[in-house]
Design a protein around this ligand. Structure first.
Ligand code: ZN
Ligand code: ZN
Ligand code: ZN
Length: 151
C-alpha cells in the first residue's frame, strides 16, 4: 500500500497542493482498494462529503493522480475507464476478471502465467518482460441469476 506521505511529497514536488477535495478523492481510492472505481463512482462518494463539487473536479484530480503514477487507469473495453491505486509493493500486477453481464471486476492474484511465458519464449525467441491479462466471462451472481431465470 503506498503511503499518503509519499503521495503528498509527489504532489508537492510537481508544485501541486493537497487540497481537501484531492485529499478526499485519494482517500476514496485508499478505502476502496480492490474495487476499481470509475469516475462516476468516485463522484458519488465525493458528493456525500462535498456536495458542491462537480464531476469536472473528479476528472481533473484523477488525471493528475494518473500522471503522478499514484493511480492506474484500467480499460476493459466497455467504454468505462476504471482506476485503482498503484501499489509499488505489489510484486506482480494482479489480473482482472470482468463480468460481461454486470460489469463487475474481480482481482485474481495468483499468476499462473510463467509456463505460458516460457512456452512463448521458446517458440518465438521473444523475451517477455511483463503481461497484462484480462479474462471475460460471467461472475458467480450473474450465473446464479441466469440459472434462476431459466427455472
Ligand atoms: Zn456479473
Ligand atoms: Zn485491480
Ligand atoms: Zn500475471
Amino acid at each position: 500500500m503506498p503511503l499518503l506521505k509519499d503521495i503528498y511529497e509527489k504532489l508537492l514536488e510537481r508544485g501541486h497542493k493537497l487540497t481537501p477535495q484531492r485529499w478526499a478523492i485519494l482517500n476514496i481510492f485508499l478505502q476502496n482498494k480492490g474495487r476499481h472505481l470509475s469516475a462516476d463512482e468516485v463522484y458519488t462518494h465525493l458528493k456525500a462529503l462535498y456536495p458542491n463539487n462537480g464531476i469536472a473536479t473528479v476528472y481533473r484530480t484523477i488525471d493528475l493522480l494518473v500522471d503522478l503514477g499514484v493511480l492506474k487507469k484500467l480499460e476493459f473495453g466497455d467504454g468505462r475507464a476504471r482506476f485503482e491505486i498503484y501499489d509499488p509493493d505489489e510484486p506482480h500486477h494482479h489480473h482482472h476478471l470482468i463480468c460481461t453481464r454486470c460489469g463487475s471486476v474481480t482481482e485474481f492474484q495468483d499468476d499462473l502465467m510463467e509456463s505460458l511465458e516460457v512456452a512463448i519464449q521458446k517458440k518465438t525467441g521473444f523475451q517477455i518482460q511483463d503481461h497484462i491479462v484480462t479474462f471475460y466471462g460471467l461472475c458467480r451472481s450473474c450465473q446464479a441469476e441466469l440459472h434462476q431465470a431459466r427455472g
